[in-house]
Design a protein around this ligand. Structure first.
Ligand code: 5AD
Ligand code: SF4
Length: 434
């Protein structure tokens, strides 16, 4: 009898990849296969996110639900960023949990399932012989870690405390992994790291890698089977000319850039320790648009950071109006334990923060309604990667818009020309035309 694994993955792409890593390990050592039904699972894993407070609060009620419905001897493991930051407190609050595995320690899943109350949350854990997990949830798109951890210490962010110091993975290993994945059918390579464009600064042995991020993109572009390269997340501070030019000139790099602004106010950016000003951000975004006129820029914005006044918020709105982002992830500031911002006294009233979030999101909706119209009647190259339950197949354009087409699974893994017939805010619809 094969054992069954139920795994829930919250948070970012990094977590998605860590889950793939654990799934591969569990399959290798104990023949686990995945189930979507927690009540028939022998092992229940929650791969958690701690970037904001809400999901952390939800965790314990969720564990309670699983405890009620799980099979009698099924184990429960809590992994990821919340595991790193709460550690053994999880056992105290939820004694039914069998093990706790931090975001930097997922490769220890093999030890975790063998011992009761196993805990590993060491953020200095140095996986120097970095092993890429064999399993891929989506065979058409290969997530490839290029670095782990983060050195930035933005004052609102808990990640440096959960994922530890930034360490780059040697470029030879990354290239080999990309070659392997693309030969196995993944036309798209999706590079992952907290600050991808700071790649190469420190390997686990303390040395620099010979390659910086631009060189890495260049080398990946030379692999024949790789047709598309994406990455997340770059940092605006490291968007130097060399990087922007490689991004523009490399024909395989998808023309979608995530530029996490966080705030448009130089004062607030300083308090956030972001390392750039409003002017630097605007300058980089404009240079990017000049080099790649059809580029699609997405961003993250936090409102209600301590000390943010009306003028600061206006600065944020100004950047929103000037750059016209094609995607906005917006959040109300959420104080996180261990961070410097959590100690700041000049807290913004919750009602004001909520109002700002609404103003920001409403304006973005208007901008998007204007932007998407330009796609109607256009012909786009779409890489199909997902079967939808409504009889459609979804893919992405080179600029990262989602396109749905009525067709069957024969389209999966194919790049086709599509004429856009309908453009909505969150996705486009079209017909194959070549
Ligand atoms: N409060 C609100 N949003 C946050 N983010 C990170 N930390 C916080 C916090 N404490 C947001 C940032 C980041 C995204 C992943 O989550 O915008 O880019
Ligand atoms: Fe990802 Fe950050 Fe959430 Fe950790 S805290 S899962 S790194 S988004």
């Amino acid at each position: 009898m094969t054992k069954k694994l139920f795994i829930e993955t919250l948070g970012c792409a990094m977590n998605v990849r860590d889950s793939e890593h654990m799934i591969a390990e569990l399959n290798r050592i104990d023949n686990y296969t995945i189930t979507q039904n927690p009540s028939e699972a022998d092992l229940i894993l929650i791969n958690t996110c701690s970037v904001r407070e809400k999901p952390v609060n939800k965790l314990f009620s969720e564990i309670g639900q699983f405890v009620k419905t799980k099979k009698q001897n099924a184990k429960i493991g809590i992994c990821g960023c919340t595991a790193s930051h709460l550690g053994s407190e999880i056992f105290k609050k939820a004694p039914e949990v069998n093990f706790v595995l931090g975001a930097r320690n997922v490769s220890k899943i093999k030890d975790a399932i063998r011992q009761d109350k196993f805990i590993s949350i060491d953020i200095n854990y140095d996986d120097s012989e970095y092993a890429f997990g064999e399993f891929r949830a989506n065979p058409y798109k290969a997530y490839v870690n290029i670095s782990i951890g983060c050195d930035k210490k933005c004052t609102y962010c808990i990640v440096p405390f959960t994922r530890g110091k930034e360490i780059s993975i040697p470029h030879e290993l990354i290239l080999k992994e990309a070659e392997k994945a693309s030969k196995n059918g993944a036309k798209e390579i999706f590079l992952l790291g907290q600050n991808v464009n700071n790649y190469g600064r420190r390997l686990s042995n303390g040395n620099k890698d010979e390659f910086n991020f631009s060189k890495l993109l260049n080398a990946l572009g030379k692999i024949d089977e790789v047709k598309r390269i994406r990455f997340t997340s770059p940092h605006p501070l490291h968007m130097d000319d060399e990087f922007l030019e490689e991004f523009a000139n490399n024909k395989k790099v998808c023309k979608a850039m995530h530029m996490p602004l966080q705030s448009g106010s130089t004062e607030i950016l300083k308090a956030m320790n972001r390392g750039y000003t409003k002017e630097w951000f605007l300058d980089r975004a404009k240079k990017l648009k000049y080099l790649v006129p059809n580029v699609s820029i997405s961003t993250d914005i936090i409102v209600g950071f301590p000390g943010e006044n009306d003028k600061d918020f206006e600065d944020t709105m100004e950047v929103l109006n000037e750059i016209r982002f094609e995607q906005l992830f917006s959040f109300k500031y959420s104080p996180r334990p261990l961070t410097d911002a959590a100690k700041m006294m000049n807290v913004v009233d919750d009602e004001i923060a909520s109002k700002r979030l609404t103003v920001l999101q409403n304006r973005q909706t208007q901008i998007l309604d204007e932007i998407v119209k330009k796609y109607e009647e256009e012909v786009k190259e779409v890489y199909f990667e997902e079967l939808r339950s409504n009889g459609m197949v979804a893919g992405r354009t080179f600029e990262n818009s989602v396109v749905n087409v009525e067709a069957g699974e024969e389209l999966l893994g194919e790049i086709k020309k599509v004429k856009i017939t309908k453009a909505q805010r969150s996705s486009l619809f079209g017909e194959i035309c070549g």
